[in-house]
Design a protein around this ligand. Sequence first.
Ligand SMILES: Cc1cc2nc3c(=O)[nH]c(=O)nc-3n(C[C@H](O)[C@H](O)[C@H](O)COP(=O)(O)OP(=O)(O)OC[C@H]3O[C@@H](n4cnc5c(N)ncnc54)[C@H](O)[C@@H]3O)c2cc1C
Length: 476
Amino acid sequence: MFAPDDITDVQTDVLILGAGLAGLRAAWAARQAAPDQKVLVIGSRRGPGGASFANVHNELGMLVCRDADEEQALVRDALALAAPGWMDPALVRLLAGESRDRFDELTGIGFQLKTGPAGKVLRHPGCFRQGMPLAYVFADMTAAFYAMRAHVLEQGAGLQGGLTVLDLIRAGPHGNAPVVGACLITAGGRCVAVRAKAVVMALGGSATLFALNVAGGGTSGYPLALLHRAGAELVNAAYLQFLWNGPDRRFWPIQYLGRPGYRIRTADGRRHRVPEPVRVLAGERGLHGPAAYGRDDTALDRFVLDHLNPDGWVTIDAPRNRRVRIGLMAHAGNGGARIDTDGATRTAGLFACGECAGGMHGANRIGGAMVAATQVFGARAGAAAAHRAARDSLIRADHFREQLRRQTASLTTDLTERRLETAWLQAAMQRHALHGGGPGLPLFLDSCREKQTTVKDWRLKLLLESAMLICQAARQ
Ligand SMILES: Cc1cc2nc3c(=O)[nH]c(=O)nc-3n(C[C@H](O)[C@H](O)[C@H](O)COP(=O)(O)OP(=O)(O)OC[C@H]3O[C@@H](n4cnc5c(N)ncnc54)[C@H](O)[C@@H]3O)c2cc1C
């Protein structure tokens, strides 16, 4: 718990948590929708961060529909891929219908596109989709961050880095109390208590919960716990994307195992060829980078998982005496807070967008659809939050302080404990991650529950809760 002298009070009209593609787009839209409303964006980093601006590839594909035929094709294909997850057809129709305008706005503020031969801008098919190529690729996400940041500042929003979100503050202890702000912490341990009329959650995904991941720098991995604690309903929380990558975190195409000359070498020195019934699925598996849910070609991923070394990696003997090491790395989530077409969650005052919002993707997501979702639903959530803020008044300072005190009563930091237990958690999540979690899952969940009541560090509690939310969803 923070002593009163350790708390800095800040107030704004719209508070946006997260300075990735979704959060910055929300800020831009909020200022446009209600220019008299104060908008403040919070990020853990001062420079580029998150999956959007600090990912290993430094480039991102965005799905864009240029006409009605493309929109129809995208909606049809996305819905066909949704099972065993859930999808809201209204959200995917918006994604398709508004992607073009949001894309044109990004190029309008200086986002650069990757080009092919002779400088021609190309469109790409995108994972899980072999129809007409719909995705453009942004070339330099570091430069894109500075372009978007400059634009958002020009619009009059405030941007504050170096702060970590610890909790969303509600107006009271009852289940339907609106969200009225957030509790943040500086690197030096001071609390920054922000009162707001509307809050937009754009804190990204959960990939850092896994020992092997390609999460963007500066992501915390616990937005699901924050959303859940604030009363938001979660959808598709179990469906994260995993990619087979090398130690340099570069993608390795697992379908190569269907070709002659490729074998898995296990720790006992034995070499294993993919059996014929699985090998025939390699072509289909090659149509998407991430492992799929509910599709036959997942059998290839399962076969490889069955031959992991004790350290969680797989060794592959490739033609010309080459040897490759790959691991299954968490990449991005396909689920989050259930939102309506305005990005509103079921908790009043709380909006969500980007990777921590769900319903516009099912269990499997077409390549480029997440970047499109950050823009379409970032813009919608930001505008709706600003409209709410324009109608509402701020919670009284003394009521807010009282609620802050109540919610942060058990808020403790213990860095040593967090480091130690996070390593345990990430290793366990890696083991139980894929496709239902395996037979050890109930025991793992029991351990998480027990630890959650005994550990002291607040962020560790949030990580444990996020892990449980994902694993419980995977069991259902
Ligand atoms: C390597 C890689 C390649 C990808 N390629 C594609 C692609 O080609 N096409 C596609 O559509 N999708 C792709 N994705 C997924 C996509 O990039 C992300 O899902 C998307 O960018 C998420 O945007 P976001 O704004 O929701 O979250 P992020 O970009 O992750 O932003 C989250 C923000 O919240 C901040 N933050 C997080 N936790 C806290 C906290 N507790 N306190 C304070 N701040 C916090 C972060 O610093 C950051 O500012 C890829 C992902 C990765 C990792």
